[in-house]
Design a protein around this ligand. Structure first.
Ligand SMILES: [Fe+2]
Length: 175
């Protein structure tokens, strides 16, 4: 039986507090920042901007920015990734299709791929949810390191300290 959703007070806010164990929300007005210090360098021509570093569930939401020709090293995903292209375009060396501005990408668990931004794209920005780990490999699948939400937090902490925002600046993004 479908639930009866007839609401006699559609504009009355919920009248009770949220559960005391619920974590605080994150609200970021300028998710694509104008303050360059919020972009954390990751590799040559590659940066990420943290939005939610979810330590309690082991995932992270971030903007990935690549300028000029750049590569996000070959990696395997044991868990799904969701991406939404905000600017520019990119492809995986392992696939024929292009991810273009306005497009959505689902990366299934088990994928190993290399993200490539061509020379003619001045700037690429994509919103990614990455779950679990990025497991970096050589072309034959041999492990070459990993990233998870905890290494991301650590990178942010060090970068924010270096640029004068202070290492605690990262705390607002952690849940
Ligand atoms: Fe990926």
């Amino acid at each position: 039986m479908p639930t009866d959703r007839t609401d006699p007070e559609p504009l009355t806010p919920y009248q009770y507090p949220n559960p005391p164990e619920a974590l605080p929300e994150i609200v970021i007005p300028n998710a694509i920042p104008t303050d360059e210090r919020l972009w954390v360098p990751q590799a040559e021509n590659v940066w990420f901007r943290p939005l939610c570093l979810n330590a309690s569930q082991g995932y992270w939401m971030n903007l990935l920015r690549v300028r000029k020709s750049g590569v996000l090293s070959r990696h395997r995903h044991p868990q799904a990734v969701h991406g939404f292209v905000l600017k520019g375009r990119w492809k995986y060396l392992e696939h024929d299709w292009w991810a273009e501005e306005g497009g959505y990408v689902f990366e299934p668990p088990g994928e190993t791929h290399t993200l490539y931004v061509p020379e003619d794209v001045q700037e690429m920005i994509t919103y990614f949810q990455v779950n679990g780990v990025m497991y970096y490999t050589d072309p034959y699948g041999k492990g070459m390191g990993y990233e998870d939400v905890f290494t991301k937090i650590d990178m942010c902490r060090k970068h924010f300290e270096e640029v004068g925002l202070g290492s605690d600046y990262v705390k607002q993004f952690i849940r």
